[in-house]
Write a protein that binds this ligand. Structure first.
Ligand code: ATP
Ligand code: F1X
Length: 305
C-alpha cells in the first residue's frame, strides 16, 4: 500500500486575474479552493488512477475540515492527526505570471508527532511512503530523518519530494525515488541546471550516492530520469498551460501508479510525465482520462552517459 505524508497541508486558494499588479486592488475573474500540500496532491491523483493509498499528516481548524470533507467526497483514504492550528491557505495567483504565497505550517505537539511515528511504525516491506512538501518550522529539522530511518528499518520504500536541507538530509537514506525540479537539484549542488545534460550530470551524482531512481522535472522543458542502468529524457507536447501547481506531484503519482503495476521504469516515467503535463493543462489536478489522452504524445528517448 502507498502512504503519503503531508506535514503541512493547505487549501490552495487559486485566483485567476487578467493582469495582476502588486500594490493595487486586483479583482478576480475566477477563484478555486483545492485541497493541497504535496502528499495530498499525490494521494488525490493516485485515487483517480485507482491506486490504493492513504493520506497521512496533520490537519486542524475549519480549513482542515474543508480538506477532510473534500478528500472524503473524492474517496481518498485518510488518517490525519488533528491539531489545534488552523491548516494554512496558500495563495496561488494565475495572471501574466504565476505568483505563490505559501503560509506557515501548523504547531504540532510532541504527542501529535508521536502519533505520526506510531503510524509509520506500522509500515512493512510491502509499503511505499511518500514524504512530500516542506517541514513546518515548528518541527525539529531532523523530522524527516526520523521518519525515513523508521521507514528504512521496516524495509518500506521511501519516495521524497521536498527541497533544500530537508532533501539533502534524505539522500543518506537511499530513497527509492526522489523528484527534484531543476531549481531544487541546482540548490543541492549550488549550481544552475539549464539543460537536460546538466540535469543528467548532477542527478547521476545522487545515484552514485545511493538514490535508486531520480526524476528531474524541468517545467515546460519536460524531465529526465536516471538510475544505475538507464537514462531517459521525456519530451512533452505543446498545449495551453492553465495551472502548474501540483504538476510535479502528478509526475510522482503517475510514476508510482504505473511502476507498481508494471515494474517498468521507462513506462512509469512516461506515465508520470504525462500526468504532470496533463495537470499543467488543467485547472485542477489531472484525471486518468486527461493523462491517457496525452500519454502517446510524451516521447521518451534513451540516452547514453
Ligand atoms: N509550462 C509547462 N508546460 C507543459 N508541461 C509542464 C509545464 N510546467 C510543468 N509541466 C509538466 O509538469 C511536470 C512537472 O513540472 P515542474 O518541473 O514545474 O514541477 P515542480 O516544480 O515540482 O511542480 P510543483 O512543485 O508545482 O508540483 C513537467 O515535467 C511537465 O511534464
Ligand atoms: O510549502 P510546501 O510544502 O513546500 O509546498 C506546498 C505547495 O505549494 O505544494 C503543492 C504543489 O506541489 C501545493 O498544493 C501546495 O500549496
Amino acid at each position: 500500500m502507498i502512504f503519503t505524508c503531508t506535514l503541512s497541508p493547505a487549501i490552495d486558494y487559486t485566483v485567476y486575474t487578467k493582469e495582476f499588479e502588486a500594490g493595487k486592488l486586483n479583482r478576480a475573474d475566477q477563484v478555486h479552493y483545492f485541497p493541497g500540500g504535496k502528499g495530498i496532491n499525490v494521494s488525490r491523483i493516485l485515487t483517480r488512477l485507482h491506486i490504493e493509498n492513504t493520506a497521512l499528516g496533520f490537519l486542524g481548524g475549519f480549513t482542515g475540515k474543508f480538506i477532510k470533507d473534500f478528500l472524503k467526497k473524492e474517496q481518498v483514504k485518510q488518517q490525519f492527526i488533528e491539531v489545534e492550528s488552523i491548516t494554512r491557505m496558500n495563495v496561488k495567483i494565475k495572471s501574466n505570471a504565476e505568483t505563490e504565497i505559501n503560509g506557515n505550517g501548523p504547531v504540532i505537539t510532541t504527542d501529535q508527532q508521536d502519533k505520526l511515528f506510531t503510524q509509520i511504525e506500522q509500515l512493512t516491506s510491502d509499503d511505499i511512503l511518500v514524504l512530500a512538501g516542506s517541514i513546518p518550522n515548528t518541527l525539529p529539522n531532523n523530522f524527516y530523518e526520523k521518519i525515513a530511518s523508521s521507514c528504512k528499518e521496516r524495509g518500506a520504500k521511501l519516495v521524497v519530494d521536498t527541497s533544500q536541507d530537508a532533501l539533502k538530509e534524505m539522500i543518506q537514506f537511499q530513497p527509492f525515488l526522489i523528484k527534484p525540479n531543476h531549481h531544487e537539484l541546482g540548490e543541492l549542488f549550488q549550481t544552475n541546471i539549464e539543460t537536460a545534460q546538466d540535469a543528467v550530470t548532477y542527478a547521476k551524482k545522487l545515484v552514485d550516492q545511493g538514490v535508486q531512481n531520480v526524476i528531474v522535472s524541468m517545467g515546460g522543458k519536460g524531465a529526465i530520469f536516471i538510475n544505475e542502468k538507464d537514462v531517459f529524457e521525456a519530451n512533452i507536447p505543446k498545449g495551453t498551460v492553465k495551472n502548474t501547481v501540483g504538476a510535479g506531484d502528478s509526475v510522482v503519482s503517475g510514476f508510482l501508479a504505473s511502476y507498481i503495476q508494471n515494474a517498468d521504469y521507462k513506462e512509469a516515467f512516461q506515465y508520470g510525465v504525462a500526468a504532470g503535463t496533463a495537470t499543467a493543462f488543467s485547472e485542477d489536478l489531472c484525471t486518468k482520462e486527461d493523462l491517457e489522452a496525452i500519454l502517446k504524445n510524451v516521447t521518451i528517448l534513451e540516452k547514453n552517459f
